[in-house]
Design a protein around this ligand. Structure first.
Ligand code: CP
Length: 308
């Protein structure tokens, strides 16, 4: 029997296909049924060393809707990190105040270090440019609802695939589902070599292109991402690629795409998706963000042993 009791969520690679499907099934249960008390008496610590709107607030709301409580912080500046306290020391203290830690950090590997340092479950809510596994469950749940399943779909990833941690985690997860992947980016923002090599080992069908026109007609899902200005070491490198991809209703009218193509985006957006897209049948990104609640309810309840 599948159980996520006490499991850390650090990388999507830590999940089997069966475990991924289990989380999606539990997310459906959480969306369709109320469980107002199953986490009563439990405390979640939301430790956000980087900005967030969706991830932090949806974890917060999910915990409270299940009867639990939330402590934490949303910026490094209000913590003893500014006095020189190490992450390891901070989390070893905080584990005494709560039952589960959700951590967003600007350093790759911060969640793994935290999980190795404490005796309670740790959820990676984004570590640098590496992974964002709970966003992946939200993305998969949205795809499943939009398409009735995940198997055998053609998925295009557009934008910043180098620094885009949501794209990294999603590509790994989709490798379980016989999907065809198109990576659409400028050469400087290609999917990192490690990810491509892992996909090749897993016999995933993929193609790297610079223009969406090369693949648009076959796509079932277009996963759009923001070019992440804050992760560029050199501002001049950002200037070379900023505004390179701009989707709008008029661009979509000109592109050859399937009628039932759906556009996802982990958000926030900057200029890569115009608001004129929002009212089209392609747009799924607001529903996607709202699915953060049932999905994160399912993760918290499963890890804290409140549902099977
Ligand atoms: N998708 C996502 O991680 O959004 P936030 O940065 O607002 O949490």
């Amino acid at each position: 029997m599948i159980s996520l009791n006490d499991k850390d969520i650090i990388s999507i690679l830590d999940f089997t296909k069966e475990e991924i499907l289990y989380v999606l099934e539990m997310s459906g249960r959480m969306e369709n049924e109320d469980y107002p008390d199953i986490l009563r008496g439990k405390i979640l610590a939301n430790l956000f060393f980087e900005p967030s709107t969706r991830t932090r607030l949806s974890f917060d709301a999910a915990m409270k809707r299940l009867g639990g409580q939330v402590i934490g912080f949303d910026e490094l500046g209000t913590t003893s990190t500014v006095k020189g306290e190490s992450l390891r020391d901070s989390v070893k203290i905080i584990e005494g105040y709560c039952d589960i830690i959700v951590l967003r950090h600007f350093l790759e590997g911060a969640s793994r270090l935290t999980a190795d340092s404490v005796g309670i479950p740790v959820i990676n809510a984004g570590d640098g440019a590496s992974q964002h596994p709970t966003q992946t469950f939200v993305d998969l749940y949205t795809i499943m609802k939009a398409k009735g399943g995940i198997e055998n779909l053609s998925i295009g990833f557009l934008g910043d695939l180098k620094y885009g941690r949501t794209a990294h985690s999603l590509a790994y997860a989709l490798a379980h589902f016989n999907t065809d992947m198109s990576f659409i980016s400028p050469p400087s923002l290609r999917m990192p070599k490690d990810y491509i090599e892992e996909l090749a080992i897993r016999n995933v069908s993929y193609k790297e292109v610079e223009s969406i026109t090369e693949v648009s007609n076959k796509l079932d899902i277009l996963y759009c991402t923001r070019i992440q200005k804050e992760r560029f070491a050199e501002p001049v490198e950002y200037e070379k690629v900023k505004g390179l991809y701009k989707l709008s209703k008029s661009v979509m009218d000109e592109l050859k795409v399937k009628d039932d193509l759906k556009i996802l985006h982990p958000l926030p957006r900057v200029d890569e998706m115009d608001e004129s897209l929002d009212a089209t049948e392609y747009a799924m990104y607001f529903q996607q963000a709202h699915s953060g609640i049932p999905v994160r309810k399912a993760l918290l309840a499963s890890i804290l042993g409140a549902i099977q």
